[in-house]
Design a protein around this ligand. Structure first.
Ligand code: ATP
Ligand code: MG
Length: 429
């Protein structure tokens, strides 16, 4: 990476992204460019303060840009650089900056040749794409017709990039290596995440907050965000520093402090998913796993086998939705179901033991529950899920969970908790 900021100019510290395109306001197209941009800005140590989506309107684009220029050092506009009448980003930026657009003869020439190579005559409308803000710098587009442009105003930078993701990515990656690297500071952002299962968001907050609230006074300060994600609570730690090893040390220490208070409920400290963590534990111990799943419909096995190399430890399993199949495929005694009901701890245990015995796997898992929305009773409401795990030498665990949410969520949580029970058992052996 080329070195720090040019002499005398304040480095770019904050940014805002404006995604232009009326289609992005509808329900069919999503602004994904800003996700890519946030990633690359973060690698440059530039904090993304806000992002906006705005339709193809000269006035609206101008209004949003004016606001952004009051807040941040770097504004990136994507989209609306095409040749047609509804591509208005250039004009809107020109309005706000009070800088005219001038046609660059060499871009016209370049576009003419690009069309000529395909045996086509350049449509006259494409001349619009050769309009560059006076004093702006052209950013070449290796994958399309619309060139980008970069305009500096005092310590601020305004960047115009095309909307097609393939074009934007190539151009932004190049800028991050060159012009933007020179204008950004020497500081970079470093991150780490902790994934937690088995505690709710407010419970995690209650335990973690007294620990992480002190880090804001540290040098360098660590910012912590808590997020509830499907199947897990996430703690995201971010530190900004010019010294990579000091930042990594600070994050490692912070992570240790959190693990010390949250204990084994922290299942991942490196971004790996539950299925990857469980897979790694099985692999290390050269153990295999099998499952008989009812309400989770095979989701635990599906997730475990999402991990490349899982054939080393996944033996297999069965989806036993009907009571008949619980008996014929997993060996559950019909009398046990008669006495306790299909959703019960004894049946979960019988499923786990049955599948383990039939497959010869080291670990057997049984999952049975009511995913809803119907089928609940006062004693066993929707979301009641019984999970059992049996291992070698008689190791076993069985639990009943009361889960909330949609059918899809209950299936996901069932698989998540089952894998977590496997993880907890593996940590003990
Ligand atoms: P050109 O017309 O020269 O290709 P442009 O800058 O005018 O470039 P648009 O017409 O706005 O680009 O968009 C072209 C394509 O890129 C469309 O398919 C659009 O949905 C997609 N696109 C635009 N903006 C985004 C965005 N923010 N995220 C993801 N896709 C986008
Ligand atoms: Mg557009």
């Amino acid at each position: 990476m080329t070195g720090g900021p040019s002499a005398g100019v304040r480095p770019l510290a904050t940014a805002e992204v404006i995604a232009v395109g009326s289609e992005l306001l509808g329900s069919t197209r999503l602004d994904t460019n800003s996700l890519f941009l946030s990633e690359i800005l973060s690698s440059l140590g530039i904090v993304l303060r806000a992002k906006a989506v705005v339709g193809d309107s000269r006035r609206e684009i101008a209004a949003v840009l004016r606001g952004a220029l009051e807040r941040v050092d770097l504004v990136i506009l994507t989209g609306g650089l095409g040749p047609t009448d509804d591509d208005l980003t250039r004009e809107a930026v020109s309005d706000v900056l009070g800088v005219p657009l001038v046609e660059h003869a060499d871009i016209v020439e370049h576009l003419t040749q690009r069309f000529a190579r395909r045996g086509l005559k350049m449509p006259d409308v494409n001349r619009r794409q050769a309009q560059i803000l006076r004093g702006g710098v052209v950013v070449e587009n290796p994958n399309g017709t619309a060139p980008g442009q970069m305009f500096e105003r005092g310590h601020q930078v305004i960047l115009l990039l095309p909307g097609p993701p393939r074009e934007l990515k190539a151009m932004m990656a190049e800028l991050a290596r060159t012009a933007l690297a020179q204008r950004s500071g020497t500081e970079r952002l470093f991150r780490t995440t902790l994934f937690i299962v088995g505690r709710g968001e407010s419970h995690v907050e209650e335990i973690a907050q007294p620990v992480y609230s002190t880090w804001l006074q540290d040098t360098p300060p660590i910012e912590t965000t808590i997020l509830a994600a499907p199947g897990q609570i996430e703690l995201h730690l971010v530190v900004r520093s010019a010294d990579a090893s000091a930042a990594e040390r600070a994050l490692a220490e912070a992570r240790e402090q959190l693990v010390a208070v949250l204990g084994a409920d922290v299942f991942s400290i490196d971004g790996r998913s539950m299925e990857e963590i469980v897979g790694a534990l099985l692999l290390e111990r050269t153990l295999t796993i099998a499952a008989a799943e009812s309400c989770s419909g095979g989701l635990m096995m599906s997730r475990l086998t999402d991990v490349p190399g899982s054939s080393a430890y996944v033996a297999g399993g069965v989806v036993v939705y009907s009571n008949e199949l619980k008996t014929t495929l997993a060996g559950v005694d019909p009398a046990v179901m008669g006495v306790h009901g299909a959703v019960s701890e004894p049946v979960a245990m019988a499923l786990a033991e049955g599948i383990r015995a039939r497959t010869g796997a080291s670990i057997g898992v049984g999952i049975t529950g009511i995913a809803g929305p119907t089928g609940g009773t006062p004693e066993k409401p929707v979301g009641t899920v019984c999970i059992a795990v049996v291992g070698r030498e008689g190791a076993s665990a069985v639990r009943t969970f009361s889960l909330f949410g949609t059918r899809t969520m209950i299936k996901f949580w069932s698989a998540q908790y089952a894998m977590n029970m496997v993880r907890r058992m593996l940590l003990e052996v």
